[in-house]
Design a protein around this ligand. Structure first.
Ligand code: NAP
Length: 417
């Protein structure tokens, strides 16, 4: 396999509309699945042609997400099970870029358009796409995780329905940083649980990738939120984003469910959950109508307990473990609801993106790295040493490019643990 010249990743010797034979890409292969620092390697890969209703985008910047830590590790399943047709995995489920070539049937977008990419793909032949929701389609996949041809390369191949206009008030790196987490939080709160003005919302991991957007959406809607975080510094960020206040979870470390607790230990743990619920009520004035969940095993029993009668726990992930157990009496006696949610459809991504273009919601960026940093960025995430969103420069050769309209841009988070 040819060795690519990574310094030249921002340079192209083809005009828009033409594709070079090969491109520089960060690639995972099945025989080197393991730690991200080893699994990701730079290679020269053939540039794909766009199929019908597909588009090739020149990647200007790419966002880093936890999903490609899993891709590198080959856990819980190897991504090559999702796309056996390719023996390489080019990860990356967030990007900003320029349309370079359009496939047959594409009429809405043209070469040269500046775009942000949402990561949901589905076959247009699946009937769910046309009446239920693309997330219900049997063909549904997350681009750059369950597919190859993601954003850690000079070019990416996407479906035309994945494109939304790049907000002009953002740089390339800012525009590549928010799609996956923000669109997920938007669907969870706006569509799945229909958050309204006056609602009270508890947000776990409020300074994290999802949490910073959940907090801003609550503020924009007129809902009161309290954010749970693991440091006061993160708490200050959360307040800056519009939360009424924050709770440092270290004060309630005993409420975290580990699994396998004895009866006595569980009694202890529950007492801590009760104290936590009291603090939440003090801040919000009452129990929350909505709990925003993605932590899973450690927090789920508390989430079900703390949400008000007839309230809703909406969940999209399980960072601390996916075998959840909780006292179901609090669910049925108080008629609470648990709602699962996964990413977002193109309509939701488009509506959410408009709020970014209007600067009503702002990306929150921690670090920008050069193209060489892809493996390192994923290793940082793997070791939980990251403290916010990381963007990778690809076609852009320095920070600050791509902004063509006035606007406040991203919030730069300097948060510590
Ligand atoms: P992130 O940036 O790492 O933020 C998650 C936050 O959760 C952390 O900042 C941390 O905040 C908190 N946290 C972690 N472990 C915790 C624990 N044991 N107890 C309490 N809080 C804990 O990750 P993210 O991008 O927000 O994603 C969160 C999860 O959602 C991941 O598992 C991800 O795979 C999933 N996800 C799913 C979808 C979907 O479409 N289904 C989309 C996006 C993300 P503090 O330390 O400050 O408390």
């Amino acid at each position: 396999m040819a060795q690519a010249d990574v310094k030249k990743v921002s340079q192209l010797d083809v005009a828009p509309g033409e594709l070079p034979k090969t491109m520089t890409a960060w690639v995972i292969r099945q025989d080197r699945e393991g730690e991200p620092k080893d699994a990701f390697q730079i290679e020269d890969i053939e540039v794909p042609e766009p199929g019908a209703f597909e588009v090739i985008v020149r990647v200007m910047a790419a966002g880093v997400n936890f999903n490609n830590v899993w891709a590198a590790l080959g856990e819980p399943v190897s991504v090559f099970r999702y796309h056996p047709e390719e023996d390489h995995h080019i990860g990356g489920s967030d990007a900003s870029g320029v349309i370079w070539k359009v496939g047959e049937g594409v009429t809405k977008w043209k070469v040269g358009d500046e775009v942000v990419i949402h990561c949901n793909q589905a076959s247009y032949e699946d009937v769910e796409v046309h009446g239920l929701d693309p997330l219900a389609a049997p063909s549904q996949k997350i681009w750059g995780y369950e597919t190859s041809w993601g954003s850690f390369a000079q070019f990416t191949k996407v479906q035309a329905q994945q494109l939304v206009p790049k907000p002009q008030n953002l740089t390339w790196e800012e525009a590549s940083s928010y799609g996956l987490t923000y669109f997920t939080a938007y669907r969870m709160l706006i569509d799945q649980v229909e958050m309204q003005a006056g609602h009270k919302v508890l947000i776990w991991g409020a300074a994290g990738g999802l949490g910073v957007f959940a907090t801003q959406l609550a503020k924009l809607t007129g809902a009161d939120s309290v954010g749970v975080v693991s440091s006061d510094q993160k708490g200050e960020l959360v307040k800056q984003l519009g939360a009424k206040d924050f709770i440092n979870r270290n004060e309630f470390a005993g409420m975290m469910r580990k699994g396998g607790e004895s009866k006595e230990e569980e009694k202890e743990r529950f007492a801590q959950s009760r104290a936590f619920a009291k603090r939440v009520k003090e801040i919000l004035g009452d129990a929350p109508d909505i709990v925003f969940e993605h932590v899973g095993q450690a927090t789920f029993p508390t989430s079900v307990f703390v949400v008000r009668p007839f309230g809703k726990v909406v969940i999209c992930g399980a960072t601390s473990g996916y075998n959840l157990d909780f006292d179901v009496r609090y669910l049925w006696m108080r008629q609470k609801q648990i709602i699962g949610s996964h990413f977002a459809n193109a309509w939701e991504a488009t509506k959410a993106n408009e709020l970014i273009a209007q600067s009503k919601i702002r990306p929150v960026l921690w670090r920008v790295m050069p193209f060489e940093g892809v493996a390192e960025a994923h290793q940082l995430m793997r070791e939980n040493k990251h403290q916010g969103k990381i963007s990778i420069l690809v076609g852009a050769d320095s920070e600050g490019q791509g902004k063509t309209a006035e606007g406040p841009g991203a919030i730069r988070a300097e948060v510590g643990n």
